[in-house]
Design a protein around this ligand. Structure first.
Ligand code: KG4
Ligand code: ZN
Length: 350
């Protein structure tokens, strides 16, 4: 098995990881992650400059820890896989610069990785899923804090075109991403950032039918998502409950109803797209894939679906290493000279 080092600094997780990959499976040797969540919490969201400065302080330590916890050194690493797009540009630059320096010092090639390709590859991390067993067309849903994208993938992992995701996109959110809908409605209820996990937990014991929130763009052929109406409806409901002094008592019902509206909107579109494109398999990835209600609903609708382990749903460097490994095997890596001009890209199209 070949070993790969991953580096992820696109947003608020500073992460490095070593994975091993063979044709049959991908195993995680180590993941060292420093989460900045508590640093950004007082501001109610990620502050880009604080993020990049913090990555600069922690990235070397994460790389050292990932290597030592995997019991390996740079001389056994086949490639340095680093997220270079999309994300906060100052934060991406820290990871990209670290990868370049490491490559220059060690002679190991760099593979630039699209963050969303990393999420896609997370289904293989320690799941035993053999890449050659995935059936196509694959309906791939990437549901995170920044994206709610639906893709119909026809080419196997490891045979992707450079812009495979872009050319496979069949649906996306027209406004807020699903994770953003969780975070913004949670913020309105007074929960800290990021609010998805709080809504997931507070929903326990709540009645998902207590409040009827809107599901936008409902047509069977409509594969785009929209969550901004939900945000407004929840704000109005919170105002009403507050004025009746009922908000605290109704919080589990409110959370369960918001969660149901998001899960229902997602799952309905997934089913429509699956049918429309005669898909043979389904994968759900991204931070929101950690949501327990969503996972249960998808298990019901798509019994053979692929989902990552919960710890690999949110941002981590293991998934970046995995996506980079597929690209490396295709010969898509940069030589020591080529990597000198590698840059970070804030907004990749998809
Ligand atoms: O993939 P990710 O770590 O970062 C981006 O690339 O955006 O996703 C973070 C998002 C946040 O919006 C967070 O609230 C959401 O994933 N999230 C959840 C849960 N865990 C994380 N949303 C709902 N339920 C969860 N259990
Ligand atoms: Zn992400």
């Amino acid at each position: 098995m070949k070993q790969y080092l991953g580096i992820e600094t696109s947003c608020d997780e500073c992460s490095a990881s070593v994975i091993s990959k063979s044709a049959e499976r991908i195993e995680v040797g180590s993941v060292a992650t420093f989460s900045q969540i508590q640093i950004h919490q007082p501001f109610g969201g990620v502050v880009p400059e604080i993020s990049s400065r913090n990555h600069l302080e922690t990235v070397n330590a994460m790389i050292d820890r990932a290597l030592s916890e995997a019991g390996t050194t740079m001389s056994s690493i086949s490639a340095i896989c680093v997220t270079n797009r999309p994300g906060l540009v100052g934060s991406l630059l820290v990871g990209v610069s670290a990868a370049k320096a490491l490559s220059y010092a060690s002679g190991v090639s760099v593979v630039p990785v699209h963050h969303l390709e990393g999420h896609a590859a997370s289904v293989f991390l320690d799941t035993g899923l053999e890449p050659s067993r995935v059936k196509y067309p694959l309906l791939l849903a990437i549901v995170s804090g920044g994206h709610t994208n639906l893709y119909v993938i026809r080419k196997p992992f490891g045979k992707w075109e450079p812009d495979e995701l872009k050319r496979s996109l069949v649906g996306k959110s027209r406004d807020d991403a699903a994770g953003e809908a969780f975070d913004k409605t949670a913020k309105q209820m007074g929960f800290p950032y990021p609010g998805g996990i709080w809504i997931d937990q507070t929903s326990e014991g709540g009645d998902p039918r207590a409040f009827d929130f809107p599901r936008a763009l409902k047509g069977a052929k409509e594969l785009d998502f929209s969550f901004s109406g939900l945000k407004t409806a929840v704000a109005l409901k919170i105002k009403a409950l507050n004025s009746e002094g009922q908000l605290q008592r109704q919080l589990p019902n409110l959370c369960a109803s918001v969660q149901e509206a998001i899960v229902d909107a997602l799952a309905t579109k997934f089913s429509n797209a699956y049918r429309e494109f005669s898909c043979q398999s389904f994968a759900l990835v991204g931070g929101v894939a950690a949501n327990r209600r969503l996972r249960a609903e998808l298990e019901r609708r798509f019994p053979g679906r692929y989902v990552p382990k919960s710890q690999y749903c949110t941002d981590n460097a293991a998934m970046i290493a995995a996506a980079g490994a597929f690209r490396y095997e295709q010969g898509q890596f940069l030589t020591r000279t080529q990597q000198l001009t590698l840059n970070a890209i804030a907004a990749a199209e998809v």
